[in-house]
Ligand binder design. Structure first.
Ligand code: GDP
Length: 485
């Protein structure tokens, strides 16, 4: 490991038992090497989480593609029905994840679906169409998480929408009996639509009664662009298990993300090359993630004002001196590397010019870098996604982060890195927001579109006030986003 950073330190590659020993290192270098780049886990996994992950791995191996159980359960899809009374305890059930929206959104829903699989003892399989294996390593030992190409519903996976007749919401709306009167004959699969445009009929997925029904169905096809984990903490039948898995609630993504999503070797090479070339030598690494959503009309100068105001006021970067022309006599030899990520290069250029042209009042040297500026979002473009993933990961390796409101790109970075970022508020009314930014209170991502009703009464309620550790998010101007604290 002589070429790895921190090589003079003791590094716990297996992250306190979160990762299983003995997997092939060559096929997924990042699984073992990432501990050398990260600062270590922010919180340790509970022993119950560790044992649950080991049991999950055994389940996945027993039920993974082309096992006897998989073949049997696929048979229900071919025959179109499923007799739950002939079901035996060793039968397997599946949650099939399908992609939606940008890479950050996809990672949000992937981690959420994995937690759902852990809670309901289902096997997570992923739709491999959007080159998932170029982005992520296979996470589970001696088995694959990719939906095989001869899966009976393979050509339909991308077509499922909230209007689909097999969506849970539509089945409910049409009062479809999911099981026969004697409860034994059931539909073999259901499509679960948890995208932010979901209908009221889709939302009872987050209620106990509905969970009792959907959990019986052997195949669940899920699609979401959301981090829907916080709402699980409001489902009574999940609460006890969640308490045991995560005694510290604000660690869900940090721990499950570091367990599940490892950059594939090509992406990992890009990450480590960039890190070693530009970031490794700095005394402190600062990440600044600028995400401008399409409909924001504010001029560039407002954003730049906001960014400078935030980093100076919050002491993320030292003030510059307008009077000193050079560092002569004032230099501390201390360097800060600033990693800027954005689709555009103009923020990087403004930051770089500022720190190239003016010394800082502390004498620190500020070096500004940006790995790419892709111009616009390119859904489904493999190289584009690989760059985005590398940049999220590089951000997660910094010491402090400034992120943009409501961006799942930023959420991935902050949660993997275990950081509470300063969140740049979204500008409104053509004005630079005041204050420019606020420190997040938890490293968890925000569920942007949670359901907001009481499962028993069906009446609207403030779901941010039900339990103390599920509250509204800091980065949503309106109130219904939910986040774990
Ligand atoms: P969100 O839209 O900010 O929640 O994040 P997503 O990751 O879901 O979608 C935005 C997509 O735009 C990313 O996945 C990238 O494809 C692209 N993108 C946005 N910001 C950046 C950036 O800073 N760097 C790169 N390389 N791509 C970006």
């Amino acid at each position: 490991h002589s070429s790895l950073p921190n090589n003079n330190k003791q590094v716990d590659e297996l992250l306190g038992g979160l990762l299983k020993e003995g997997l092939d290192e060559k096929s997924c270098r990042s699984r073992y090497e990432s501990a050398w780049y990260h600062k270590g886990l922010k919180r340790q996994p509970s022993s119950h989480l560790i044992s649950t992950l080991r049991s999950y791995e055994a389940l996945h191996k027993r039920c993974g593609p082309y096992t006897e159980s998989y073949n049997k359960t696929v048979g229900y899809l071919n025959s179109g029905e499923y007799n739950s009374s002939s079901n035996n305890i060793t039968d397997c059930k599946y949650a099939v994840w399908t992609p939606q929206e940008g890479l950050g959104n996809r990672i949000m829903s992937l981690v959420s679906t994995f937690l759902y699989a852990l809670l309901t003892k289902r096997v997570l399989l992923v739709d491999s169409r959007v080159h998932i294996s170029d982005l992520f390593c296979e996470p589970f030992p001696e088995s694959s998480w990719l939906v095989p190409s001869d899966f009976p519903l393979i050509d339909e996976l991308w077509q499922f929408r909230k209007e689909s007749s097999m969506s849970y919401g539509n089945l409910m709306r049409n009062h479809f009996m999911l099981s026969s009167n004697n409860g034994s004959w059931m539909i073999p699969y259901v499509y679960i639509h948890l995208v932010d445009n979901y209908n009221d009929e889709d939302k009872p997925f987050f209620c106990d009664d509905d969970q009792t029904v959907v959990q019986e169905i052997p195949w669940q096809i899920l699609k979401s662009d959301e981090y829907f984990v916080p709402s699980f903490f409001l489902i009574p039948s999940f609460q006890q298990e969640l308490d045991r898995l995560f005694p510290e609630k604000d660690t869900v993504f940090h721990l499950l993300g570091r367990y599940l999503i490892h950059p594939a070797n090509t992406v990992w090479r890009a990450i480590t090359r960039y890190y070693n070339a530009y970031l490794a030598g700095a005394h402190e690494k600062i990440g600044i993630q600028i995400r401008i959503f399409n409909k924001e009309p504010n001029p560039f100068v407002h954003y730049m004002d906001q960014i400078f105001t935030c980093v100076f006021k919050e002491n993320v970067l030292p003030q510059i001196s307008w009077t000193l022309k050079s560092l002569s006599g004032n230099s501390t030899n201390s360097t800060k590397a600033v990693l800027v990520t954005s689709l555009s290069s103009e923020y990087y250029k403004a930051l770089k010019n500022m720190f190239d042209e003016h010394p800082t009042i502390t004498g620190e040297i500020i070096q500004v870098y940006q790995p790419s500026h892709e111009g616009y979002q390119q859904y489904g473009n493999e190289i584009h996604d690989m760059k985005a993933w590398a940049e999220m990961y590089l951000l997660s390796l910094t010491d402090k982060m400034v992120t943009s409101s409501k961006s799942t790109f930023g959420y991935v970075a902050q949660s993997l890195g275990g950081m509470k970022p300063w969140i740049l508020y979204r500008p409104e009314d053509y004005n630079a927001p005041n204050p420019a930014c606020q420190r997040a209170l938890s490293m968890e991502p925000c569920f942007h579109a949670p359901p907001g009703f009481d499962c028993n009464t069906n009446n609207p309620i403030d779901t941010g006030k039900v339990v103390p550790f599920v509250r509204h998010c800091e980065d949503m101007q309106w109130t219904w986003g939910l986040k774990l604290y």
